[in-house]
Design a protein around this ligand. Structure first.
Ligand code: NIG
Ligand code: FE
Length: 400
């Protein structure tokens, strides 16, 4: 393929120092891309001679940032929960609804009922909207199947979302989302280990467990992770969301890639996570949609924990697809600075997914970038609710 030179960039965010919050900004910049990779990035007046005769995209002084890496979603699901949302706004509690067999269980029923074609069609349209709003890689969890066959079906659909929409996909097996209706926690964990994991492991890179009251205990999660690591899956967790359970400490113990939510995390947990290199997944769309206090992102950051921002896109607690919106809420309600939030939504997400080639603009990295219709990345939180994406480049191709 002929190389593409993106030039006349007013402000380029590279994340190249690879230090949390340091954006490695370059003014009057250019980026050269060949095939799906970045070959060079830097000041426009230093473009290597050999790259000067490429096809050009003049971005007319706009800002360019790495593509967003959304490291926590439940993108594949059937139905929706708009009625539950209205009920919650009228005072019903999420845990009550779950205990009475609604909530996640109603999405499990709708997902099992949906045909593969239906599931694929709605998931691909969500994937498309994400890609067009700047997300170039998305993590997708199963968890609305809760049987081996249903979990595998979701992971297969998740893989096809990548093929059909063009967004990059990494997959997580979440067979331990909640115990299936009619099963004890222990029986469900046995099913996860004996039936679901062997079937699902070839279709996933990670294994997640929702550790909470009404979901799974720390001991159950430990059992699941022991089995999952035997299949080469890397642990990640839903931790300390509704109650404090010790899940964040477990994330450090099992060297998880990430522990996410963390509404009730303590300073001691944060120290353990920082030492073990566990990334903290902050999901401000969930706190916002649940009208809950936001997780202590500022405390985690200041304790030296690497922070990733993600949408948690799911039909119950955060039907949010836009990383631009997530960045705005992270700044306005969690107290991250615009530079920290943009770093966490790009390079932070890549760290959460253990992908060194994403969320950074330097030679050899994936050619995934977003051209903003704005002079700087700081306009994203400053102008909440506006889609500021001008064009998205995914794997070196301008997304149509
Ligand atoms: O990340 N916490 C558990 N899982 C999802 C919610 C799923 C649902 O309500 O459907 C979450 O918030
Ligand atoms: Fe989640």
């Amino acid at each position: 393929m002929t190389p593409l030179l993106i030039r006349n960039i007013g402000l380029l965010v590279t994340n190249a120092p690879d230090v949390p919050g340091q954006l490695g900004m370059v003014e009057d910049a250019a980026v050269s891309i060949r095939d799906a990779q970045i070959v060079w990035a830097g000041p426009e007046d230093e473009i290597p001679v050999a790259l000067r005769r490429s096809a050009e995209l003049d971005v007319e002084r706009r800002a360019v940032i790495p593509g967003f890496v959304d490291s926590h979603t439940h993108l594949v699901f059937g139905g929706d929960r708009a009625e539950e949302f209205s009920a919650r706004l009228g005072g019903a509690s999420y845990e009550e609804i779950l205990r009475s067999g609604g909530g996640i269980h109603s999405t499990v029923a709708a997902t099992r009922e949906a045909s593969v074609d239906d599931l694929l069609a709605q998931s691909v349209s969500r994937g498309h909207r994400m890609l067009r709003s700047g997300t170039t890689t998305v993590e997708i969890k199963s968890g609305y199947g809760l049987t081996a066959a249903d979990e595998v079906r979701i992971l297969e659909v998740a893989g096809r979302v990548g093929e059909d929409s063009g967004i990059g996909v990494m997959r997580t097996f979440l067979g331990a989302h909640v115990p299936d209706r009619g099963l004890t926690e222990e029986d469900h964990v046995d099913l996860v280990i004996d039936e679901m994991l062997p079937a699902a492991a070839p279709h996933a890179e990670f294994c997640d467990v929702f550790v909470d009251r009404g979901a799974f205990s720390v001991d159950s999660a430990r059992r699941v992770f022991e089995a999952a690591t035997g299949y080469g899956l890397v642990p990640r967790l839903h931790a300390e969301q509704l109650t404090h359970t010790g899940a964040a400490a477990l994330s450090a113990e099992v060297n998880a890639a990430s522990a996410d939510h963390l509404d009730r995390v303590t300073v001691e947990d944060a120290v353990a996570m920082a030492e073990a290199g566990v990334v903290a997944g902050m999901l401000p769309g969930a706190g916002f949609s649940m009208r809950a206090d936001q997780a202590p992102a500022r405390m985690l950051w200041d304790a030296g924990v690497i922070v990733a921002l993600a949408t948690d896109c799911n039909p119950g607690t955060s039907y949010v697809e836009s990383m631009q919106f997530v960045i705005a809420v992270a700044c306005l309600e969690m107290g991250l600075t615009p530079d920290e939030a943009v770093w966490s939504a790009t390079r932070g997400g890549a760290k959460s997914l253990r992908r060194d080639d994403l969320g950074i603009i330097r030679a050899g990295a994936a050619a995934d970038l977003v051209i903003l219709d704005a002079p700087s990345h700081r306009h994203i939180p400053y102008r909440p609710g506006s889609d500021l994406v001008w064009k998205v480049v995914k794997s070196g191709q301008v997304v149509e």
